[in-house]
Write a protein that binds this ligand. Sequence first.
Ligand SMILES: Nc1ncnc2c1ncn2[C@@H]1O[C@H](COP(=O)(O)OP(=O)(O)OP(=O)(O)O)[C@@H](O)[C@H]1O
Ligand SMILES: [Mg+2]
Length: 280
Amino acid sequence: MSAPSESGPVDRPVPTAASDSSRDVVLKTEGITKRFGAVVALRGIDIELHRGEVLGLVGDNGAGKSTFVKILCGFLRPDSGRILLHSEEVKFHSVTDARAHGIETVYQDLALVPQLTVHQNLFLNREITFGGPLAFVDNRKMRKLARQYLDAIKVNVPSVDAEVEQLSGGQRQAIAIARATRQDAKILLLDEPLAAMGAKESALVIDLVKDLSRRRDHSIIVIDHNYTHLFELCDRLNVIQHGRVTFDKAVHETSLEELTALMVSEYRRQVQVGDGEDDI
Ligand SMILES: Nc1ncnc2c1ncn2[C@@H]1O[C@H](COP(=O)(O)OP(=O)(O)OP(=O)(O)O)[C@@H](O)[C@H]1O
Ligand SMILES: [Mg+2]
């Protein structure tokens, strides 16, 4: 059995009446732990995600960020801890289960089919059909709805008939995010959506994510290693170190310098003591 987290003091803001703590919490986790054999990936993760908020997860390689997101999207089961959706405890048995609760994930490899067009990818496995039992795929309708939705969320692609393999990395990521949010998903999990993208491509995805949160009320968790991206994209930042949240601040309450200093001091500490925190 996993022991309870031995959480150190977390650098959290003091709540005020007008602060974020008073906003709607759509997703909350309490004491999520996970180990893989001898490796303890998560030691008790507590987070809160508010309505319309972009929460950034920062942390070194192997800190446990992806494991946490895989638990939130139903891909992995936690060893202990609770997930609360709108204050109700939920237990996800699969990705489909989490999806049915409105949680969608976009992984780095995107899961798009490069040889299919933009509109075919948007409706993949959720095709619109007509003709009753004969069920012909209604390409015209899907094309029209795809255009409307991409326009609504301001995603700019040359044509909905373009094959995805002809698109840039940023455009592909935007289509993957559009696919995830086109249905009822109100919570979106993005694991390194900007990895290996140039400045212009990143800007496209950053604008889309901001628009989804601010204009369309999606609540979004983003993992990214690039602090500049995170400061541009997020409302709040949580640092995960050795499977625990060690820092929780709104972006306007912290700075690039503070975050960098935190990570550097963690690095120095590891060098001094040896990185021996393999067990709880
Ligand atoms: N399926 C698995 N089997 C065994 N160990 C795993 C598995 N998945 C993750 N781990 C281990 O759990 C720890 C956390 O990994 P995780 O992928 O969550 O880190 P991360 O914070 O996402 O890192 P990165 O920034 O490199 O993506 C690591 O030590 C990793 O080796
Ligand atoms: Mg990862």
